[in-house]
Design a protein around this ligand. Structure first.
Ligand code: MN
Length: 214
């Protein structure tokens, strides 16, 4: 059973003006598709791993055979990260967080505005490619901002990704050039808080949201 590229849950141009259609095309159809293709190619060498979810592989990277571990880390991470990324955005999104994730954010950062500021500062300050995350754990209501390099997912350090923004230049360079901060600020206008809250609640119920597979 091969891993599959999920369909975008909206049109390529629907994130305009915050994210341009060409970026969405390249990002989904080329970048994400390549992660899926390369993950499947790596797993061909160890077919018994094909039945495992990508999330499970990332959570237990040390158990992945060494000859494909880096490929699974990079491409499995790319697959899981982008599968989340498409779903936590919505053209009609934006506004304030809702539900229990809103409470958790308020608890940890004092206010939504403080959270946004700290999240964008972490994203702008991260050197090179990577992701900025709001991460949590199943045995705690506490949430924290972290950044990771490349396509590393918080799962590989024992945390769960509630939401995350893509800091790779491929996510913003066509429209924003080197102005990462402008892209980070615009991204809040397209956030799907219902989905993000659902992810937070899934983590609270002690399982990783397996959005790559639905
Ligand atoms: Mn990306």
């Amino acid at each position: 059973m091969a891993h599959e590229l999920p369909h975008l849950p909206y049109g390529y141009a629907d994130m305009e003006p915050h994210i341009d259609a060409e970026t969405m095309h390249l990002h989904h159809d080329m970048h994400h598709a390549a992660y899926v293709k390369n993950l499947n190619a790596a797993l061909e060498k160890h077919p018994h791993l094909k039945s495992k979810s990508t999330e499970e592989l990332l959570r237990h990277l040390a158990a992945v055979p060494e000859d494909i571990r880096t490929k699974v880390r990079n491409n499995g991470g790319g697959h899981v990260n982008h599968s989340m990324f498409w779903r936590i955005m919505n053209p009609a999104g934006g506004g304030e967080p809702i539900g229990s994730v809103a409470q958790a954010i308020k608890q940890a950062f004092g206010s939504f505005n403080n959270f946004k500021t700290q999240f964008d500062e972490a994203g702008a300050g991260h050197f090179g490619s990577g992701w900025v995350w709001l991460a949590g754990n199943s045995n705690s209501a506490k949430v924290q901002i972290i950044t990771t390099a490349n396509q590393d997912n918080p799962l590989s350090q024992g945390l769960y990704a509630i939401m995350g923004n893509d800091l790779w230049e491929h996510a913003y360079y066509l429209r924003y050039n080197n102005r990462r901060g402008e892209y980070l600020a615009a991204w809040w206008n397209v956030l799907n808080w219902a989905e993000i809250n659902m992810r937070y609640e899934a983590i609270q119920a002690a399982h990783a949201p397996a959005f790559a597979h639905r």
